[in-house]
Design a protein around this ligand. Structure first.
Ligand SMILES: [Zn+2]
Length: 543
C-alpha cells in the first residue's frame, strides 16, 4: 500500500448518518465556526493559551491518525506510512502538503523533513477572525505533523513553521520537521505548547504567592500602625533599626494572632512585658484583659491564690471568694513574668491548668474552665534549670512553643539614641517639662556604658538626669558618675557600620587605658612602633 493510493471514499465511510474513518467517528466542522472558536479563545484566554490548546489538539489528531493508518493498512515501507499523514490531511481538506525533502536514519534516529503547505485552512481561519499575523500561526498543522511523525518513528519529532500564509506577503506556509536532538536549543521555546497546562499547580502557586504578599502587606500595615502611634505607652522600644531585633518583632507579629504560647527571654530591663503587651494588642484577644504577674515576687501560697483565686475561708483572711488572674483575664492574655522563679510544686499546678484548661481555686474542689492565652518571660537560662531539675521540661515545652530572645541594649547600638530621645520625651511629658534635650556631648558617654540594666536603666538614668536640669537639656554632668568612669568602657558598640579609623581609634585608646597610659606597653600589645602610636594619638588629639 502506498500513500498516494489512498482515496477519500475508501478512507471515509458514510452510513447511518455517521462518518467514520475505519471505525473511528469523524465530524465535519465548518471552517467559519472553527474560526469563531479560535477568535473567542484568543480573546478570552489569550494567544499563548489558545496556541497551547490547539497545539495539543493537533498533536493528538496526528497521533490518532498515525495509529489508525498503521492499524488499517499494510504499508510498503515506513516512508509510505509517514506520507499517509499529509495525504489524509489533503483528502479531508485541511491542507495540501508538498514534501520538499526527507531523510530518516533509523540507527541514529535522525530525521529531517522540509514541507510546503498550500491553502492552509488554519491560516484562513486565523485571518478571518484575527487578521494577518507577524508570526506563523499554523499551530494545529505543525502539531499534527509532529504527532504523526513522532508516532511513526517512535521518537519525538517536532515541526516548526518558518513561513506562514497568514504573514503579509506570503502565499504558502513552509515548515521543517526534525527529531528533538537535531533541533537542539531551537526547540526549547516551542516545547511548552506541547505540554498540558497544570492549572491546579498554577492556582496553588498563585495562592501561595498571594499568601506571601498578604503576609507582607500585614507586616507593613502593623509596622505602619506602630509608627503612627510612637508615643503610646510602651511602644518606643518596639521601634527598632537593629536587624536582629527586627527579625524578632517580625516573628512576634506573625504569631501574635494565634493562641501560641510564647516564652520571651532576655536580660532584665530589655522590655519583655512591653513585647508581651504588644503581642496581646495584636491578637484576637486584644479587646479582653491583659493581666501580668511577677512569679518571682510572691511566696508560693500567695502566688497560687493570685493565679487560681480562692474560696472564702480557704485561709486566714480569706473572707470572700476571690477570682484569680486566670479568670480575671478570661478571654484575654495572662503574662507570667519571671516564670523561671516559680517553685516546683507551683510548676506542677500551672502545668495541670494549662493541660486541662481548667483551674481549681485554693480551698475549692470543683475545677473551673479557663479560656486564656499564656505568655511568659524569664531572664534565666531555663535550659540549665531543666538540666539541674529546677524547672520542669514538660512545662517548658508548653510555655515555649515559640521562644523570643530579646537582645540586650548594648547590642542595639543603632537603637540607643532614638530610644533615649523617645524615652526622654515620654518622661518629660509625664513631668510636664517642655523641650527636653540631650546635649550631643552626652552621646559618647551613653555609648561607652554597657547598660547592664538595659532599657529600664536607661529610662531611670534619663529620668534622674532630666529632673536635675533646669533648662530641660541634659549635659554630661547630669549623668551619674559611673557613666563617666573610663574603666567601664568595654566598648559594646557594634562595628558593622563604623569606619575602620573609628574602630582603630577606640581599640588603641582601650589598650592604652589598660596599660594605664604606658605607651611603650601599649605599642607592644598593638604590634606597632611607639612613634606610630604617638602619631596616631596626635591625630586623635589625645596626646
Ligand atoms: Zn501557516
Amino acid at each position: 500500500m502506498r500513500a498516494e493510493d489512498l482515496t477519500l471514499d475508501e478512507l471515509v465511510s458514510f452510513s447511518d448518518g455517521q462518518l467514520s474513518l475505519h471505525g473511528r467517528r469523524l465530524v465535519i466542522h465548518s471552517l467559519h465556526a472553527f474560526a469563531h472558536l479560535r477568535g473567542d479563545l484568543v480573546r478570552s484566554i489569550g494567544l499563548e493559551q489558545t496556541r497551547r490548546l490547539l497545539t495539543r489538539y493537533g498533536y493528538y489528531s496526528g497521533q490518532a491518525d498515525a495509529a489508525a493508518m498503521k492499524r488499517v493498512y499494510n504499508w510498503d515501507s515506513l516512508d509510505e506510512w509517514l506520507l499517509a499523514g499529509p495525504r489524509v490531511h489533503a483528502l479531508v481538506g485541511v491542507v495540501r502538503t508538498h514534501i520538499r525533502s526527507m531523510t530518516w536514519e533509523p540507527e541514529t534516529k535522525r530525521f529531517e523533513m522540509e514541507i510546503t503547505w498550500r491553502g492552509s485552512g488554519e491560516a484562513e481561519e486565523h485571518q478571518l477572525e484575527l487578521g494577518s499575523s507577524e508570526e506563523p500561526i499554523c499551530w494545529m498543522l505543525t502539531a499534527y505533523a509532529s504527532g504523526y511523525a513522532s508516532f511513526c518513528l517512535g521518537t519525538p519529532v517536532y515541526f516548526i513553521e518558518s513561513q506562514c500564509r497568514c504573514q503579509p506577503g506570503c502565499r504558502v506556509c513552509r515548515a521543517t520537521g526534525r527529531d528533538e536532538a537535531s533541533w537542539g536549543e531551537a526547540i526549547t521555546p516551542h516545547l511548552p505548547f506541547y505540554q498540558s497546562d497544570d492549572i491546579i499547580g498554577k492556582i496553588q502557586n498563585l495562592t501561595g504567592e498571594l499568601k506571601r504578599q498578604q503576609d507582607e502587606i500585614d507586616r507593613q500595615r502593623r509596622r505602619l500602625e506602630r509608627l503612627r502611634r510612637p508615643n503610646a505607652p510602651g511602644t518606643p522600644f518596639i521601634e527598632t533599626r537593629n536587624p536582629a531585633f527586627q527579625r524578632i518583632l517580625d516573628v512576634a507579629d506573625r504569631v501574635a494572632p494565634y493562641d501560641t504560647a510564647i516564652l520571651i527571654t532576655g536580660e532584665s530591663g530589655t522590655g519583655k512585658e512591653v513585647l508581651a503587651r504588644h503581642i496581646h494588642r495584636q491578637s484576637r484577644r486584644a479587646a479582653a484583659p491583659f493581666q501580668a504577674i511577677n512569679c518571682g515576687s510572691l511566696p508560693e501560697t500567695l502566688l497560687e491564690s493570685e493565679l487560681f483565686g480562692h474560696r472564702a475561708g480557704a485561709f486566714t483572711g480569706a473572707v470572700h471568694d476571690r477570682l484569680g488572674l486566670f479568670e480575671q483575664a478570661s478571654g484575654g492574655t495572662l503574662f507570667l513574668d519571671e516564670v523561671g522563679e516559680m517553685p516546683p510544686s507551683m510548676q506542677v499546678k500551672l502545668l495541670r491548668a494549662l493541660q486541662e484548661k481548667e483551674i481549681i481555686p485554693v480551698g475549692g474542689n470543683k475545677p473551673r474552665k479557663i479560656d486564656i492565652r499564656v505568655l511568659s518571660a524569664t531572664n534565666r537560662r531555663l535550659a540549665t534549670d531543666i538540666r539541674t531539675g529546677k524547672f520542669r521540661d514538660d512545662l517548658f515545652y508548653r510555655l515555649a512553643v515559640v521562644e523570643l530572645e530579646l537582645p540586650p541594649l548594648r547590642e542595639r547600638h543603632e537603637d540607643l539614641l532614638p530610644l533615649a530621645r523617645l524615652l526622654l520625651n515620654e518622661i518629660a511629658h509625664r513631668h510636664s517639662i517642655a523641650n527636653p534635650r540631650l546635649d550631643p556631648k552626652c552621646h559618647d558617654l551613653l555609648f561607652a556604658y554597657p547598660w547592664p540594666g538595659n532599657i529600664r536603666e536607661l529610662a531611670n538614668t534619663l529620668e534622674r538626669a532630666l529632673l536635675l536640669t533646669r533648662s530641660g537639656t541634659i549635659h554630661p554632668d547630669h549623668l551619674p558618675s559611673h557613666l563617666h568612669e573610663p574603666a567601664t568602657i568595654a566598648f559594646p558598640r557594634s562595628n558593622e557600620d563604623r569606619p575602620l579609623a573609628d574602630v582603630e581609634r577606640d581599640h588603641i585608646l582601650t589598650v592604652l587605658r589598660s596599660t594605664d597610659g604606658n605607651r611603650r606597653k601599649a605599642a607592644r600589645i598593638l604590634g606597632i612602633g611607639e612613634t606610630t602610636l604617638w602619631r596616631r594619638l596626635r591625630q586623635y588629639g589625645e596626646e
